[in-house]
Design a protein around this ligand. Sequence first.
Ligand code: URA
Length: 199
Amino acid sequence: MGSSDSLDPLEELHAQIRRCRRCSLSGVRTKAVPGEGASDASVMFVGEAPGGDEDKQGRPFVGPAGRLLTNLLKGIGLGRPQVFITNIVKCRPPRNRDPNADEIAACNEHLLTQIAIITPKVICTLGRFAGQTLIDKDLSITREHGRPRRISGILYVPLYHPAAALHQANLIDAIEADMRRLGEILAEELATPRPQAAS
Ligand code: URA
């Protein structure tokens, strides 16, 4: 009892992330933010990095952008416990600066292991950094938001980051339209059997 053998793989990974010292963000974080939601979720949402609220609570998307994300999910009939929400970088960059390439690379194995454990059918990237990390390093979020791409059996849907709508009110219509489309995509995708991943 109580040995690490009894932890489920996702909990074990999250315990490792909370102890992680792979990059210098570990020296300035309050709490690491591994992610939360269903360990067998069909849909994952991957943002950029924790902000101030997330750093204090150790939970993803709990500040203003998170409230908008939660409402957008509700709009397509999804509650947060049904999906899995995380970020490409698990610790807050100082003053909410963009994560740098070294930090993204240092954290990438954590993200890939989460994906391998959860095996989602659909991964929605939130914002440019997540889209460029998981889908295509040259992805233009302005051109490609809302357009799904299948890679190795997983359907990736690049979405604007919800914080973008808090800073640029004119983006909210596009973000809401992408969410409605995501609702349709999920209805189709989750009704069909999981395709075999390419080997
Ligand atoms: N922005 C993100 O990208 N992730 C969070 O967890 C919160 C805000």
